[in-house]
Ligand binder design. Structure first.
Ligand code: GP9
Ligand code: MN
Length: 688
C-alpha cells in the first residue's frame, strides 16, 4: 500500500513537472491569454467588481483578505463564461456582454441597497410593492453615489477591448464546432474543480448559514456575491412553489380544525391588564437552569429571581424554535403559530397575514414597537416586524454602537437598555398606551467575551482546616473554563443589565401602569458534557463522579431536552402575585394567556390559555417531539420518558401523536397558504 502510494505520488510529481516544463517552453500561458482575451477580460472585470463590492460594504481587514469569496466568484464566472466558447468568435462578444451587464447589475443593486440598509439585496423583497416603497424613497433622496457607478467600468473595459480586437481582425479565425465544444468542456471542468475545492473548505457552520440564507453579510463574505444572489433567488422562489399546490386540502383541514374546536373563553385573569402598557423582553438564550442557582452563595440571576418570585413565574416553559432560532421564538410568541417546516417564516413568509400581539393591540389603540440594537435585516426583521404589526422597529441604526460599548455580537445589554430608556421616555410622552418588545443580544453564544462581563466566579470555595487545625479556603475549579461556566457568567451580566433597566424604568415612572413581561427565546445549545460536570462534579478528582456513586445523576438525552426550558415571567411593580405555574407551557401558549389578560384574542391561536387548560396542556415541538405533565415523547425514536414514573397507555401516546401531527400541519398550512388572509378572521368564526 505504502509503495503504491509512493508510486502514484512520483507519477503525479513527474507529470506535473513535465506539464510545467511544457507550459514554460511552449509559452502556453501567453498563448492561452492571447487566444482567450475576451473570456479573461470578462472574468477579470466581474471579479474586480465583486471584490470591490465587498471592499466598499464590509470594511473589515478579515474581509479584505478573504480568499473564499474570491474563489467562489471565480468559479461561478468561469462556469458561466465557459458557455461563451459554444459561440463562434464573431458572436462571442454579445454573450459576454450580456453576462457582464448581468453581473454588473447584481453588484450595483447590492451596492445601492447596502448604502441604505447595511445589508445585501433580496429578490423576495422586490416582489412586494409594500416593502419596496421605503427603498424607492431612499433612492430618490440619496440618488446614486459615485462608488455605485464604478462597477460600470467593467462593461466599459469589455467594450473597449472588443473594439480594439475587432480593429485588429482578431475574430477572423474559424473554429470548428468540435473545437468549440472541447473548449467549453475544458473550461467548465476547470470551473467545477474550483467549486469542489471551495466546497471542501466550507465548515458546517457556513453550510448551515448558507441553507438558512438570513445572515446575508456572512454569506456574501464566505460565498461571494454571485452565489449569494443565486441562492437568494432560489430561497425566494421556494415559498411560492410550496404554496402552488394543495391549497384546497389545506383550507379544508384548517376549517375543520377550527370549527371543531371548543375553547373556554374566559377565566379570572381575563382583561386584568386591559389598557396597561406592556414592556416585554426577548431574553437571548436565557435558560431556566440559570435561575435560582448560586455559586458560593452568590446568585447567578438575583434580579430575575426577584421578579420571578414576586410575579407570575412559569417554571416549566419551553420555546418551540426550529432553524429560525430567535426569529422563530418571536414568531411563536407573537402569533401562537409554530415555525415553518421548511425555511423560516421571517425570511420566506414575511408577506403573509399574521394575527399577532402587536397587530391585535394596535387595533386597541396601542402604539407598538420593537427594539433591537442589531442590524435590521438580521432575520429579515425590518420587513417581518411590519407584518407582525409593529409601528416602528428601533434597530441598530437608531443606537450609538461602538467597539467600546459592545460585547459579543454587538451593543452590550447594559448600553442597549440605557439607550432604550431615552426612546421609551419619548414614546410615553407621545402615546397614551404602548406595547414594546426589547430584544437583547449580549447573552448569545459563544459566551467568550468573559473579560467584559461583570466578575462572577463559578468555582466551589470551601473552608477546610489545615494540619494545624486553622481554617483555610480551598477553591475547586468546578465550572471555570467550561462553556456552561462562561454561560453562567454571561447570564449574570445579562441579569445585572436587566436589574439596572428595571431600576431606571422605575425611576422614570415607566413601570407605572405597565406590565413587564420576559421570555427566554431558546436554549443556549450548551454541551451535554458540561451539564454532566455541573451535576456530577467530583471535587477530589476535579472530574466526574463514578456512575456507581449514589449521588451520580444520569444526565441523558431526555434530561438534556428537559433542561432546554426557558423562563417566562409576567410581573408588575404594584401587585405581587407570587405565583409559580408548574404546568408545562409552550411559547405558543403566550398569546392566548397574555392576550386574555390584555383583552385581545387570536381565534386561530394554536396554543392555549394556560389558566384554562392547566395540567392537560401539551407542548408540540417542531420536530414532532412533545411534552405533557406526564411524559416527554421522542417522536423520532418512538420512545418516551415518564416524568412521574407511571406507565403510559398506548392510547395516550397515539392520541397525542395524532394531535401533534395535525397541529404542525395546520400551522404550516396557515403560513404557507396564507390562510388567515383568506379566512377574513373578523367575521368568519360564529359559533366556535
Ligand atoms: C440576531 C439575534 C440572535 O439579531 O437576535 O439571533 P439567534 O442567533 O439567536 O437566532
Ligand atoms: Mn436567539
Amino acid at each position: 500500500m505504502k509503495k503504491m502510494m509512493k508510486d502514484i505520488f512520483q507519477k503525479v510529481q513527474k507529470s506535473t513537472k513535465t506539464f510545467i516544463k511544457r507550459v514554460r517552453e511552449e509559452h502556453l500561458i501567453k498563448e492561452y491569454c492571447k487566444n482567450n482575451i475576451l473570456f479573461l477580460v470578462f472574468i477579470f472585470t466581474c471579479l474586480v467588481n465583486s471584490t470591490m463590492l465587498r471592499f466598499f460594504t464590509m470594511h473589515t481587514v478579515e474581509n479584505y483578505l478573504a480568499f473564499k469569496p474570491i474563489l467562489a466568484d471565480l468559479a461561478i464566472l468561469i462556469i458561466f463564461g465557459s458557455f461563451g466558447y459554444l459561440f463562434k468568435p464573431k458572436t462571442r462578444f454579445s454573450y459576454y456582454m450580456v453576462l457582464e451587464i448581468f453581473f454588473t447589475f447584481i453588484c450595483m443593486v447590492n451596492s445601492i441597497y447596502y448604502t441604505f440598509y447595511t445589508s445585501f439585496a433580496s429578490a423576495s423583497m422586490l416582489s412586494l410593492t409594500q416593502f419596496i416603497a421605503p427603498v424607492g424613497d431612499a433612492v430618490v433622496e440619496n440618488v446614486l453615489q459615485l462608488k455605485d457607478l464604478l462597477y460600470l467600468i467593467g462593461p466599459l473595459i469589455l467594450i473597449i477591448v472588443h473594439l480594439i480586437l475587432k480593429k485588429k481582425k482578431y475574430y477572423r479565425g474559424v473554429l470548428t464546432k468540435q473545437v468549440r465544444k472541447q473548449q467549453t468542456l475544458k473550461t467548465l471542468i476547470a470551473g467545477s474543480v474550483l467549486i469542489v475545492i471551495f466546497t471542501i473548505t466550507l465548515s458546517s457552520l457556513e453550510i448551515g448559514r448558507f441553507a438558512k440564507q438570513w445572515n446575508r453579510e456572512y454569506i456574501v463574505m464566505r460565498f461571494g456575491i454571485y452565489i449569494y444572489q443565486f441562492n437568494d433567488v432560489f430561497a425566494s422562489l421556494q415559498p411560492k412553489i410550496n404554496s402552488m399546490f394543495g391549497y384546497d386540502k389545506a383550507k379544508k383541514s384548517f376549517t375543520d380544525y377550527f370549527d371543531g374546536r371548543v375553547e373556554e373563553t374566559s377565566n379570572e385573569y381575563t382583561n386584568m391588564f386591559e389598557g396597561k402598557n406592556v414592556i416585554a423582553i426577548h431574553a437571548e438564550s436565557l435558560q431556566t437552569i440559570a435561575l435560582n442557582r448560586e455559586f458560593n452563595g452568590v446568585e447567578v440571576t438575583p434580579n430575575l429571581n426577584r421578579i420571578a418570585k414576586e410575579g407570575m413565574y412559569f417554571s416549566n416553559f419551553y420555546s418551540q424554535v426550529s432553524v429560525g432560532t430567535s426569529s422563530d421564538a418571536e414568531l411563536t410568541y407573537n402569533t401562537s403559530l409554530m415555525p415553518t417546516q421548511s425555511g423560516t417564516a421571517f425570511v420566506s413568509y414575511f408577506d403573509r397575514r399574521y394575527i399577532a400581539m402587536p397587530n391585535l393591540l394596535k387595533e386597541k389603540g396601542y402604539y407598538t414597537f420593537s427594539m433591537h440594537a442589531n442590524n435590521a435585516d438580521f432575520w429579515n426583521r425590518r420587513t417581518m416586524h411590519k407584518s407582525l404589526g409593529y409601528d416602528k422597529f428601533y434597530s441598530k441604526e437608531t443606537y450609538k454602537v461602538s467597539k467600546d460599548n459592545s460585547i459579543g455580537l454587538g451593543l452590550s445589554d447594559k448600553e442597549f437598555f440605557k439607550q432604550s430608556i431615552t426612546k421609551l421616555k419619548k414614546i410615553k410622552e407621545k402615546h397614551e398606551k404602548f406595547y414594546g418588545l426589547l430584544i437583547t443580544l449580549t447573552n448569545h453564544t459563544p459566551f467568550s467575551d468573559v473579560d467584559k462581563y461583570d466578575p462572577f466566579e463559578v468555582t466551589i470555595k470551601e473552608s477546610v482546616p489545615n494540619a494545624e487545625g486553622v481554617a483555610e479556603e480551598v477553591v475547586y475549579p468546578y465550572m471555570e473554563g467550561t462553556k456552561l461556566g462562561n454561560y453562567f457568567k454571561s447570564v449574570h451580566y445579562a441579569d445585572a443589565a436587566l436589574g439596572e433597566f428595571l431600576a431606571e424604568l422605575d425611576e422614570t415612572g415607566l413601570l407605572d401602569n405597565t406590565v413587564f413581561v420576559l421570555y427566554g427565546d431558546h436554549d443556549a445549545r450548551l454541551p451535554k458534557k458540561d451539564y454532566q460536570r455541573l451535576f456530577n462534579y467530583d471535587k477530589e478528582t476535579d472530574g466526574l463522579l463514578d456512575e456507581d456513586d449514589p449521588n451520580y445523576f444520569d444526565f441523558d438525552s431526555y434530561q438534556y431536552e428537559l433542561n432546554r426550558k426557558v423562563p417566562f415571567i409576567i410581573w408588575t411593580k404594584d401587585k405581587k402575585y407570587e405565583k409559580e405555574v408548574t404546568n408545562v407551557m409552550g411559547m405558543y401558549d403566550v398569546l392566548p394567556t397574555l392576550g386574555n389578560m390584555l383583552g385581545v384574542k387570536n381565534e386561530y391561536a394554536l396554543g392555549h390559555d394556560i389558566f384554562n387548560i392547566n395540567e392537560n396542556n401539551i407542548i408540540v415541538f417542531p420536530n414532532g417531539n412533545w411534552l405533557t405533565n406526564k411524559i416527554y415523547y421522542n417522536s423520532q425514536k418512538g420512545e418516551y420518558l415518564s416524568l412521574d414514573g407511571d406507565a403510559i397507555s398506548q392510547d395516550y401516546i397515539d392520541e397525542k401523536n395524532q394531535y401533534s401531527e395535525e397541529l404542525l400541519n395546520i400551522s404550516d398550512n396557515i403560513i404557507v397558504f396564507d390562510l388567515l388572509n383568506e379566512s377574513k378572521y373578523e367575521g368568519n368564526k360564529e359559533g366556535s
